[in-house]
Structures are given as C-alpha cells and as structure tokens.
Design a protein around this ligand. Structure first.
Ligand code: NAI
Length: 541
C-alpha cells in the first residue's frame, strides 16, 4: 500500500511514519528505495513486528510508559501502531484514551518527545489560514480542536490538553477505521488559568491568562473560517472547551458549518444509548422515566436536552418532557429561587425548596435514572444507592465522571449497595464483578461508541452539517447492538472486542439518515454498508 504512493527513499523513507515499513521492507524494496545497509538483514512480517511491540509493552512498568511507547511507535510506523491497537481495542483504548490519557496530559510537557498536530495561538490572529497551510496534508477531513480549558474533570490544563485531540483522533481510526492521514489534532492555545502550569519550566504552552470572551469569539471565528478556506469540507470536532464556551460555539456554528461538540453531543448520545439499553432490559418506557442529574455542566445539560428531544419525538410536550428531568450542581438543587443559573439551567429549574441533600432530592423527585456528571468523587454514597434501590426495582445509575479518581461511585459499590439490582455504567471501564455467584458486567458509557461512527459516516457521506438527530440515530444503533445475552449480564453497551463492527453498523445507520434527510453530499450508493466498508483504513503494507 505505502510503497506505491511515495517517492521517498533512504533514511527519509524510514523516518516517515506513514510510509515506513521498517524491517518489513522486502529485498526488492530495499534495492529500489536505497534502503540496503540501512536495515538489519532479516525481513520480517507485519505480524512479527506486532509481536515485538507486544513484548516491549509487556516489559513496561505501567500504562503511562506504555502510552509513551505507543505514541513513539505511531511516530515511527503508523501501520504497526494501528495493527497493534486494532488487534486488541479493549486493551489499548484505555491506554490511548481514558483513563491513561489523563495522566499523559498532566505530564504532557514532561513526557514530550516530538511535535504532533498544530498549535494555534492568539499571536497568530489575522494569519490563521496562512499558519494552517503549513500542515503538509491538504485533504484534512477532521480537525479535533481543544483549548485544554476543561479536560476530563482535571480542569484547565492549557496546552497540556494536546493529548486529548491526539487521542480522540487516534480512536477515529482504531475504533472506526477512518484513514489516519485525514485527521489533524489542534490545540487552540488561548492561555490558561492554571498557575502551577504557567510556572512549570517544562510547560509548553503560552504562559498567559486566558483571553477575554470577546477576544475568544474573534479568534474562534477566524479559526472556523480559516478551516473552511484551507480545508473545505473538513469537520470541526470541538473537544474539551470550557463549558460556557463549548455551548456558545456549538450554538453559533452547528447550523452554519460542518462541526459538532463531542462533550455535549457525543456524551448525550452515548448516555441516551445507555438509557435505551436499560429500557430494553427493564421493559420500561422512556416516557415514564424520571431522570436526576448530579452535575449541571456541559455533559449533564447536553444529555438532558437530547433526552427531552427524544421525549418530544415520542409525543410529549416541551413542558412535559422537561418535567421528567431535574438537576443538582455544586450549589444544590436547581430550583426557581436560585439566581446563579445559566439560561439553559433555568429551563430545568424545579419549583421546590432549596437543598443540597441528594438523598432528599431522590426521595422527593423519585428518579428512575440517576446520572453522575459532577466530577465529585464518591458523591453516590451508600445512602444514595440504597435510596435509589428502595424506590426502584432496577435503579439505573450512570456514574460518568472521569477519570477514575472523580467517579461518583464504583461498579462494585453500585452492585453491592443495591444488592445486585442496579443497572450500572461508568465513564471508565470497571472490571467484572462477582456477587452471590452472579457475574455483573458494568458498561462503559464512553463517547467512543458514538463519535468514531459519526466520523466514519461523515467521512463517507460528506454531509454539509450534523444535526442532533444524527446523534439520536447513533444512540439507537448502539443500543440495538446489545444482544439479549449481554442484556442478561446487565450490559448496557456492546462489547468492545469487536468495536470496529459495532461502529460500522452504527455509521451505516447514521449515513442512511444523512441520505434520507438530504444532509449527505455524496451520491447515495446502492449498498451503504459495502460502500462504507470499501473506504475503511486497513493497517496492512
Ligand atoms: P462541567 O465542568 O461543565 O460541569 C460540572 C458540573 O458538576 C457543574 O454543574 C458543577 O456545578 C457540578 N459539580 C461540581 N462539583 C460538584 C459537587 N461537589 N456536587 C455537585 N455538583 C458538582 O463538566 P462536564 O463537561 O459537564 O463534565 C462532568 C464530568 O463528566 C467530567 O468528569 C467529565 O469527564 C465527565 N464526562 C464523561 C463523559 C463520558 O463518560 N461519556 C463524557 C463527558 C463528560
């Protein structure tokens, strides 16, 4: 694959990750490409190269070391990297992404080896298009852009956040086989509030306080327009911007340019998928559910809005839909007497007494589903889980806060305190849990079930825009892939072992929706699945 498409030779070829085959260059290639003498004599198969990588990984002392090794491997040989990662996604997703990517981000300036992706700063104002043209690939189809302003429950970590767009885009390929050469990670460095980082000599970002909202609006507008000019048809994936910025820019751009916000729309979609799955298991009706969110930030509000949108599709009025949803945040119950609420939060304010007591709110509001999106570790105490179990035959509990150190309760706690009644999912993968001879399989409500499939459908169908319905379609498609056997074990999400198959199936449904609703620009093929399958990246030489 790679040899035909490159004119590179010699060391330049060996140092080009996209084209390098390393010890797998055969004798003829070594002759033709001036590689003779530059490689050890043994010609190896890709499988043997992967075996060596697996041996190296086994010898590393922890997952952060494995992360550093894998990132280095991607920079040396992309095919071996993706072959390795795609051979065992369950093992490698947690290293490239949650939870290890969080450690990698905290240490970003310290473990830094080589530049990756692009850094856009306020000092490039007026020249962003010119700067974007420095990227060597012209057909960029996805930019994942983060300010690092709100990472994985770690708060503002500025330019250290670059680990996130890198990891997110790696999963487009690892989970949904989107070709890696069309992916561009961007860190939008607007400064950071993080004093500790600004004082760290090894910090790699701009050592300034964040720009004002007004300046950020201008910078973002310039960036969005520059992307349209330099990479027409490119989808902008907003990731980990500060909550209010995230909501503002999604509102501003989603009907104008091809873009989405994974923290808001991807999270909402994967949460909705879990709710659909739970309904399949309990036989419950979504219209009858009452949903309490602990945390009212971009994730919680995004999930609540998408659930309301689905409830309206099912025939409820706007008001009825909203009455099924309640929120608590750091200042307690979101209720009408509060004067610190955003316009989005105000829409969900309950007519109730102020309180900070979660057990009391559960007792009064009687939720069937409890979401944790608060970054408040341990907030779902034994009393909380017991109260949920007292009022529900099968309490549905999502403890979504990442990383593991922020989770509201663990799988073990949810199953033990509910005496095995809870249907539970977390943002991270907890191990299987045995209780009274029964095995429980906690779900991982992670956006990686959704956004790579959105990416694959977008890559193939080339939509002009992405609307909310794309994310509802993705949620249904994901939930419908949880088999009856999996449901019996309490699984709310499909297995990660065959994630590629799952994502392709989801992408086919999304692409169908795009074609049916006039969003797609590509010509509708006769068989959408085989048409998508022809476009998949395959890590082979
Ligand atoms: P955010 O910062 O926008 O919102 C956090 C919310 O939690 C705010 O409403 C805040 O008032 C509230 N909160 C903070 N401390 C609290 C406390 N002690 N008690 C009650 N409420 C408290 O953050 P965002 O984007 O909404 O994310 C929240 C969490 O959800 C993060 O840990 C994030 O990693 C996780 N998340 C998980 C996803 C997944 O697993 N699929 C996807 C997106 C987010």
């Amino acid at each position: 694959m790679t040899m035909e498409t490159t004119t590179l030779s010699g060391l330049e070829l060996l140092h080009n990750a996209a084209h390098n085959k390393g010890t797998a260059f055969n004798d003829q290639e070594r002759k033709n490409k001036k590689l003779e003498g530059l490689l050890p004599p043994s010609v190896e198969s890709l499988d043997l190269q992967v075996q060596r990588v697996l041996n190296h990984l086994d010898s590393k002392k922890d997952d952060l070391e494995r992360y550093i090794y894998l990132i280095g491997l991607e920079e040396r040989n992309e095919v071996v990297f993706y072959k390795t990662v795609m051979s065992d996604p369950m093992r490698f997703i947690p290293i490239l992404y949650d939870p290890i990517v969080a450690d990698a981000c905290l240490e970003f300036g310290h473990i830094y080896r080589r530049p990756r992706g692009m850094y856009i700063t306020r000092h490039m104002k007026g020249r962003m298009a010119e700067v974007l043209k420095n990227w060597p690939v012209k057909d960029v189809r996805f930019i994942c852009v983060s300010t690092g302003g709100r990472i994985l429950g770690l708060g503002d970590i500025g330019a250290n956040g670059m680990g996130i767009p890198i990891g997110k885009l790696q999963l487009y390929t690892a989970c949904a086989a989107v070709p890696p050469d069309c992916l561009l990670p961007v860190l939008f460095d607007i400064g950071t509030t993080n004093e500790k980082l600004r004082n760290d000599p090894l910090y790699l970002g701009t050592r300034e306080a964040p720009v004002s909202e007004e300046e950020l609006n201008e910078l973002t507008e310039e960036f969005v327009q520059a992307v349209q000019t330099v990479f027409p048809g490119c989808c902008i994936h907003f990731e980990d911007w500060k909550g209010t910025d995230a909501i503002r820019y999604l509102d501003r751009y989603k009907d104008k340019v091809l873009c989405y916000n994974d923290d808001i729309q991807g999270t909402a979609s994967v949460a909705l998928a879990g709710v659909f799955s739970a309904m399949n298991i309990t036989g419950g009706d979504l219209k009858e559910q009452r949903i309490l969110f602990y945390g009212a930030g971009s994730a919680g509000i995004g999930i609540g809005k998408l659930i309301c949108s689905e409830l309206r599709d099912l025939g409820l009025s706007e008001e009825e839909a909203r009455s099924r949803v309640a929120y608590m945040d750091i200042n307690g119950l979101i209720e009408t007497s509060r004067d610190d609420l955003s316009p989005e939060q105000q829409k969900f304010a309950l007519n109730a007494e102020p309180t900070r007591d979660l057990v009391k709110v559960i007792n009064d509001f009687k939720p069937t589903i409890l979401f944790g999106v608060s970054t408040s570790a341990g907030a779902f105490t034994q009393a909380v889980v017991e109260k949920m179990s007292e009022i529900n035959e099968r309490p549905i509990i999502f403890a979504l806060s990442n990383p593991t150190s922020k989770v509201e309760c663990t799988a073990e706690q949810a199953y033990t305190w509910s005496k095995g009644k809870a249907l539970f999912a977390a943002g991270v993968q907890f191990p299987e849990f045995e209780m009274n001879g029964k095995t429980f399989l906690p779900g991982q409500a992670n956006n990686f079930y959704i956004y790579p499939a959105i990416g694959l459908a977008t890559y193939a169908a080339r939509p002009l825009l992405l609307d909310d319905e794309c994310f509802i379609v993705a949620a249904h498609a994901t939930a419908n892939q949880v088999t009856a056997d999996m449901q019996k074990k309490g699984m709310l999400y499909p297995s990660q072992h065959n994630i590629l198959e799952t994502e392709i199936t989801t992408a086919v449904k999304i692409a169908e929706y795009m074609f049916d609703n006039g969003l797609a620009q590509a010509e509708r093929p006769e068989n959408i699945r085989s048409w998508i399958e022809e476009k998949l990246y395959n890590p082979q030489y």
